[in-house]
Design a protein around this ligand. Structure first.
Ligand code: FAD
Length: 563
């Protein structure tokens, strides 16, 4: 596994020059998991690759998913055996390539009666065999007492038993970063805050994407033999830039998640609940918080930062209140939230939940290759399929077959050079670097895997790097500097939302460290006092926007209901 020497604002500057001056085999539009996965696969196959992202990497759906690497059980319910096998295989691959980004967790499915119990048992039995589930992760069926021992806060009177199986949790935005940095290490040229606003063509074939650098305001063509549109919810908008009349292909559906403090809903495993409309929703433990998800509703509205609506939030809270014997959760308990858009392929007459999650490759008349649909779980296979199409195109154009540099299912991702048992690895690091506080070690390994260990080693040698950004916070000077130097952070929001993930997982949404983090980023990027203050004010407004559906603390429940 190669590591890029630097992936920073300086790299970005150099990369912009390269975009303007070089000709690439492949230009990828979109820095979500699809684009990042394609960039890695293509560089491993020896292609000369450029990737541009209109805002920050992973700013779209790829930081707003439910963060599960599915074993494929849900596809079994839909009768899609091919997808079950693919998801199960991809989960095994990711656990090998980046164990910190695919951490196994028990899933408990409480059932209320005999028929539900039998149905779950049959489904899990079939799944274990079909997906070749590891021996110690095979399903279990539990009686009521065993179920309550695992999830003590369930409403006792409704529990008949439970099925138990395993999923893996990931961190979607960090998975994107691991893929991008791995691609960059092999020579891919990636730039964030660079939007494709048009195309150039010759003889009806695309020859360049016109890229607008939204930081400097400059625009220039980026020449490439093949262009891939991996723009997620924006796939149709990018297809429309080709000029020719293109029929819309996407059907966007929205899913929301709510974050509540763990003390309000103490669970140690994922718990699956059946909501009022019979859909499955879930509660997932994550350190000091638990998140609830998700919804699946047709969406029309803004694509950037889609809003969380009160009725969707209430739907999830109602499901949790139905299952758990805790003081009823209200909107006042919600400390964070996010909404994402599923870029699904339109299927005539189908409702949101019925549309297939399969990916499809669309090839436009001018040669633009677009990819739509798909899942985080299967991103590597999707990337493999797309790059195979790209390579075939290049060969048709007479380009000699490039020299392969590795395999996407073998080469470890950046930070993935650690033992598959992440807890064991973390314990060893704590012992080895006992001068670094344990909460900081936990955080760095969770976010960065093996790269976290290198940061910890640097902190042990220079304790000033372990300086906390606020009393009691595990966010340190060293981590923030690393994000600017190695993860191309350009704004305070880039760090607090997508690199450090404080917007989601910190009960204060990162506001307690915002000023100090802005100061550190500012010192590295040359911000003056005015810029630092405006970054902090902008982030504060962003947090307010994200939680706009939440009642103000002093509001009464009556006012909420009428809001
Ligand atoms: P995106 O992440 O949206 O990336 C597209 C990028 O293109 C964006 O960053 C955008 O800014 C950029 N872009 C757009 N236009 C341009 C332009 N003109 N120039 C340059 N850049 C541009 N999958 C799972 O496997 N497990 C889950 O648990 C799971 N949960 C989900 C829950 C929800 C609520 C949702 C909505 C999805 C979930 N998914 C899950 C699916 C998964 O998140 C998506 O399939 C995946 O993130 C899509 O990634 P993408 O890269 O295609 O799109």
């Amino acid at each position: 596994m190669a590591r890029p020497p630097e992936f920073s604002f300086r790299t970005r500057r150099t990369n912009l020059e390269r975009l303007a001056n070089e000709a690439f085999d492949l230009l990828i539009i979109g820095g979500g998991i699809t684009g990042a996965g394609i960039a890695r696969d293509a560089t491993l196959r020896g292609l000369n690759v450029a990737l541009v992202e209109r805002r920050d990497y992973a700013v779209g759906t790829s930081s707003r998913s439910s963060k599960m690497i599915h074993g494929g059980l849900r596809y079994l319910q839909q009768g899609d055996v091919g997808l079950v096998m693919e998801a199960a295989n991809e989960r095994r691959v990711l656990r090998r390539l980046a164990p910190h980004l695919a951490r196994p967790i028990k899933v408990v499915v409480p059932v209320h009666g005999r028929s539900g119990y039998a149905k779950i048992r049959a489904g899990l039995w079939t799944f274990d065999r079909m997906a070749r589930v590891l021996k110690d992760e095979r399903n279990q069926m539990l009686g009521p007492d065993e179920t309550l021992a695992l999830v003590p806060n369930l409403r006792r009177e409704t529990v008949y038993g439970a099925g138990v199986y395993y999923e893996c949790l990931t961190d979607d935005a960090r998975l994107v970063m691991a893929n991008l940095r791995s691609a960059a290490a092999l020579g891919a040229v990636a730039v964030n805050y660079a939007k494709v606003t048009g195309f150039l063509s010759e003889g009806g074939r695309l020859t360049a994407g016109v890229v607008h650098d939204t930081v400097s305001g400059s625009a220039f063509p980026v020449r490439a033999k093949v262009i891939v549109n991996a723009a997620g919810p924006w796939v149709d908008a990018v297809r429309a830039l080709q000029g020719a009349e293109e029929q819309a292909k996407l059907h966007l559906t929205k899913g929301i998640h709510l974050v509540v403090p763990a003390e309000r809903l103490p669970v140690s495993h994922i718990v699956i609940m059946t909501a009022g409309d019979k859909r499955s929703v879930f509660a997932v433990p994550h350190g000091e918080v638990v998140y609830l998800g998700t919804t699946d509703t047709d969406y029309e509205g803004r694509y950037d930062d889609p809003p969380v609506l009160i009725e969707d939030a209430q739907y999830l809270l109602d499901a949790a209140n139905e299952y758990f014997d805790v003081d009823p959760l209200t909107l006042h308990d919600v400390v964070g939230a996010w909404a994402g858009l599923r870029p699904l392929l339109h299927q005539e007459g189908k409702k949101a939940a019925e549309i297939s999650r399969k990916d499809e490759i669309l090839i436009g008349p001018s040669g633009l290759i677009s990819i739509a649909g798909g899942k985080l779980t299967t991103y590597r296979r999707m990337a493999e399929r797309i790059v195979t199409v790209v390579v075939a195109r290049l060969q048709e154009a007479g380009v000699a077959a490039p020299q392969k540099r590795g395999d996407s299912d073998q080469d470890t991702l950046c930070g993935g050079d650690i033992d598959e048992d992440v807890d064991q690895f973390t314990a060893e690091i704590k012992q080895r670097w006992s001068r670094v506080p344990e909460d900081i070690v936990d955080r760095l390994v969770r976010l960065h895997g093996g790269d976290g260990e290198r940061m910890i080693e640097a902190m042990a040698a220079d304790p000033t790097l372990a300086r906390r950004c606020a009393p009691g916070s595990p966010v340190t000077l060293g981590e923030v500097r690393y994000a600017v130097r190695e993860e191309m952070v350009l704004t305070l929001e880039d760090y607090l939302e997508r690199r450090g993930r404080l917007l989601l997982w910190d009960v204060q949404n990162g506001l307690s460290v915002a000023q100090e983090v802005a100061q550190i980023i500012g010192e590295m990027l040359g911000w003056d006092r005015k810029r630092i203050d405006s970054e902090v004010a902008g982030y504060r407004r962003h947090v307010e926007d994200v939680k706009a559906f939440c009642p103000p603390i002093e509001a009464t429940p009556q006012r909420v209901a009428n809001a």
